[in-house]
Unconditional design. Sequence first.
Length: 387
Amino acid sequence: MSPHPVHIGDNLDILPTLTGPFDLIYLDPPYNTGGRVVTGYMDRFEDWTGFMAPRLAELPRLLAETGIVIASIDDREIHHLRILLDETFGAENHVGTVVWDGSTINSSKLLSVSHDYLVIYAKNHAKLKASGTTWRQPRADAQELLDAAESAWRAASGDRTLAQQRFRAWLAPRRTSLPRGLTEYDRIDETGTLYRVSDPGAPSVQASRSFRELTHPVTGEACPVPKRGWRMNDASMDRMLAAGLIEFGPDHTTQPKLKRRLADNATAVPRSVFRQEREGARHLASIDGVGEFPFPKDHAVLARWFDTVTGPDARILDPFLGSGTSIEVAMALNAADGGTRTVTGIALDEAGIVQNVLVPRLRHCERAYGEQVMLSCEVGEAPTAAA
Ligand SMILES: C[S@@+](CC[C@H](N)C(=O)[O-])C[C@H]1O[C@@H](n2cnc3c(N)ncnc32)[C@H](O)[C@@H]1O
């Protein structure tokens, strides 16, 4: 596994020294809130656009042809950021702007603004669409059903009928509030898998469809074939039989059904608005030896979007590394799926953030995930291990 290189210094100096291509550039610039962030570090810019423009200008050269940019920002500067990113990457490459409702109640008397934005650009939006790329994210409601089925299965100690009864008792009061497509998943098989059954018949007669007679596994007799044939061809039928995705009835007089597992259908194209409680600051504060840094990004939010827009071998650039959330996220995703993501980070050492926050956090992550970070103290200086 390659180490994650971290450069200490101003990204204006360091970006020109880097070589790409990166699959994802994650931007979390100062929001220009006008206030003190930590002692000695004011998030205040006379000319925020003038600060950002030369830094953004370095990015197209570093972004892969299929690459994505995600920028975190809030209401204060989003309009300026959009204009800058349109100029830098082309307005036609704006994929969309996502609203993250973090639901922090603030003290404002007029409007409690609880959301941030994730502004998403592609290096080449048209090519990305033409390539057939689809973005998917886990559906929280589907995961709720999967979790309930798992606990019903555990409580029933592997008794399929009892597990199904328990699961349906859990589902009953929720049927009206959950989407119908989900509540149809109310069967549990002999391996504890939650599934539904669907009509196996083809909608119209087509020569490519399978008309094969299936033999009932208990009676050994042929089961009825749908009038217009099966939905799939012979090869798909073989694959589904081998994977246990055909459900036979009690005997050969019942037509077999198709088995659809919820776990195979528990994702959806991401929506442009999502809610997730802010927990970045709490998480950072829970790491031993890490100093004050009030606004780290949320681990779960970055994990969700990094995983959505890139693959497990992604090369990620984070020019505003701050407390190092993106590196922890890459390590956690790698641990979960065996990926080889690397993050190249740039951290400005203002107000002791590097020594007091970034380095202790990275050391903690190295221990927790067994990956390495290479830290360079000056531009051009050979990176060294963080620990
Ligand atoms: C919004 S915070 C980023 C937080 C980070 N994503 C995290 O989760 O901890 C912005 C960071 O950009 C850093 N920064 C400001 N100017 C910079 C520059 N010229 N080069 C590199 N980093 C800079 C600030 O020190 C601050 O840590």
